[in-house]
Design a protein around this ligand. Structure first.
Ligand SMILES: *Cc1c(COP(=O)(O)O)cnc(C)c1O
Length: 220
């Protein structure tokens, strides 16, 4: 058995135990296996276990491996978890099922246009910059409600959830709680938060999706 498979099983067990500690039913937390930088041959064994939810952070990189993997393994749900440029919106809509990083008006408009043109409805999350870090993507907390409202009313987008990446070196729980509160305020119920180092904390604070890469595939 490859070490990625052992790691995957270990992460799945830790998710289940966090679900029960969080007193939630087992199953509602979705594991997005982050496969960025790993090639198709390394990802295939994970698909062979039956796992189908994956995350990539670059459109170009995903384009180089996922069309072939999808044809071998039906039922994949691929999440874009990295920043999207509007000139890549068409390609992103064609490649992905979920975009977790809607973070500005121009992207909202481009996604609305492309989903209509391609006749394909993606699930969308808005990225929040809970730590207000200038170098990081995402909507600042005080603008989040208006932004989500605008996505709905101006672009007809259905926003399903919020996503965040807490600042390095800060207590992630503070940011997870903030994201949960923001989601409540804007009426969405999915929360993508928690990575290899803090996904258990995220589940205790209400995550519905955790994004785990290095704890499964090893360091990049
Ligand atoms: C790379 C990445 C992850 C996974 O990080 P690990 O620490 O390797 O689990 C999660 N979310 C985003 C947005 C990423 O870019």
């Amino acid at each position: 058995m490859s070490s990625a498979i052992q790691n995957l099983q270990d992460i799945q067990a830790r998710i289940a135990s966090s679900e029960s500690r969080a007193k939630r039913q087992s199953g509602p937390v979705n594991l997005v296996v982050v496969s960025k930088t790993f090639d198709a041959a390394e990802i295939a064994p994970v698909l062979e276990t039956g796992h189908r939810m994956f995350g990539e952070n670059r459109v170009q990189e995903a384009a180089g491996k996922w069309p072939q993997l999808r044809s071998r393994f039906p039922g994949v749900e691929l999440h874009l978890i990295g920043p999207l440029q509007s000139n890549k919106a068409g390609e992103a809509v064609a490649l992905f099922d979920v975009i977790e990083t809607v973070d500005r008006e121009k992207i909202a408009a481009a996604l609305a246009f492309e989903m209509k043109r391609q006749g394909k409805q993606l699930k969308l999350f808005v990225q929040a910059n809970t730590g207000k870090e200038p170098q990081k993507a995402g909507i600042y907390p005080e603008h989040l409600g208006d932004f989500v409202q605008n996505c709905r009313s101006e672009h007809g987008l259905k926003i399903e959830g919020l996503m965040c990446i807490p600042p390095a070196g800060e207590d992630p729980a503070f940011h997870f709680d903030m994201l949960a509160r923001l989601a409540d305020e804007c009426g969405v119920d999915k929360l993508s938060m928690g990575m290899s180092g803090d996904f258990e904390t995220a589940i205790l604070h209400g995550a519905t999706h955790v994004r785990v890469g290095s704890a499964i595939f090893g360091s990049r």
